[in-house]
Design a protein around this ligand. Structure first.
Ligand code: FO1
Length: 326
């Protein structure tokens, strides 16, 4: 890590519900100084519509419109479209609420007219009065494919339709090699006054790896002068939500924070683990901070975000002290 102090911008990589919760906390503290790079590997085309679940979870969470019970979609949702679709024998395994539908119809229309996902998401974020910059990881289609005993499954077929039941033996990000990171993503990571790069407690295999697979993204993070801090998505050997621990077991990786550090392969300057796992701290290599990572309330989200920034600033200060001794 090259040292560069400052109170500049913060880039956070995220996908899914856990990621969006920390993004919410960070956005409350940082406002327009937060740039989110969001996974689009879960995106797919369904019922003729372009669906971007992780982007929409971030938009709804940061604008306070998220459906907290479901963990996806909008609050105060009605389901007339789904009921009407079911009545005529349409596909209903992936549920689109009436209000949520508006976002899908408008995104699809604009994409068909040649607009980029980055511009569309930026406009939606403005409409939702979100001060942070929300960036899709790429404007190119990258599709997460899950290799299972039943064959290769597109992500949403595995995750929603099959409820993550088939054992996983590999994960592929189709289209990633040919993809290009958007110029906004790369310039955010190149920013000389970057205060921190945060890896949210999202599923490393399904939500963060697709972002790191976009050509140039991992290299830009490695080259960045900012401290890279991850929040472990594992508490007590289990994922707070979703299939992270199940997938880790199926891929032969122990569901521990140590395995998360090894998975990111030298990318991290520091890791935040939950207070429940404090006793594992001694076994972890590198810089570790203990904090409450379970985010049940908005207050929890803010406190974790504050711990992340504090830790990043401390890592910067330590690096400055080290460099001045040399
Ligand atoms: N998740 C489900 O478990 N069932 C659904 O029917 C479903 C619909 C859905 C619609 C829009 C959207 O933005 C997300 C939706 N999700 C649904 C969540 C989503 O598929 C996953 O949680 C993410 O892809 C994983 O991060």
């Amino acid at each position: 890590m090259i040292v560069h102090p400052g109170k500049g911008k913060v880039v956070a990589l995220c996908g899914g519900v856990g990621g969006a919760k920390l993004a919410f906390g960070l956005s409350k503290l940082l406002g327009s100084r937060l740039i989110l790079i969001v996974n689009t590997g879960d995106d797919f085309e369904h019922l003729g519509l372009s669906i971007s679940p992780d982007i929409d979870t971030v938009l709804y969470t940061l604008s306070g419109l998220a459906n907290r019970e479901l963990g996806w979609g909008r609050q105060d949702e009605t389901w007339n479209f789904m009921a009407a679709l079911e009545a005529i024998g349409g596909e209903t395994w992936f549920r689109l609420g009436d209000r949520d539908l508006a976002l899908h119809v408008e995104r699809t229309r604009r994409l068909r007219e040649g607009d980029t996902l980055t511009r569309i998401v930026g406009d939606f974020a403005k409409r939702f009065e979100i001060p942070a910059t929300v960036l899709p990881m790429s404007n190119h289609p990258i599709r997460t494919m899950v290799a299972t005993a039943d064959g290769m499954l597109p992500f949403q077929r595995y995750f929603v339709q099959q409820r993550c039941a088939p054992p996983v033996n590999g994960i592929v990000f189709k289209g990633s090699r040919a993809a290009v990171a958007s110029k906004q993503v790369l310039s955010a990571l190149e920013s000389p006054d970057l205060r921190a790069i945060v890896i949210c407690p999202s599923n490393p295999f399904l939500s963060i790896d697709p972002i790191l697979a976009v050509p140039g993204v991992r290299e830009h993070i490695e080259r960045s002068s900012a401290p890279v801090v991850a929040v472990s998505p594992i508490i007590g050997g289990k994922a707070v939500k979703g299939p992270t621990d199940k997938i880790m077991a199926e891929l032969g990786v122990p569901a521990t924070s140590d395995a998360i550090v090894r998975h990111y392969g030298g990318l991290l300057d520091g890791l935040i683990i939950d207070t429940y796992d404090e006793r594992d701290r001694a076994d972890l290599s590198g810089q570790v901070r203990v904090a409450q990572t379970l985010m049940k309330t908005d207050d929890d989200r803010g406190k974790l975000a504050s711990a992340v920034l504090d830790f990043a600033d401390q890592l910067t200060a330590m690096a400055i002290a080290r460099n001045s001794k040399q």
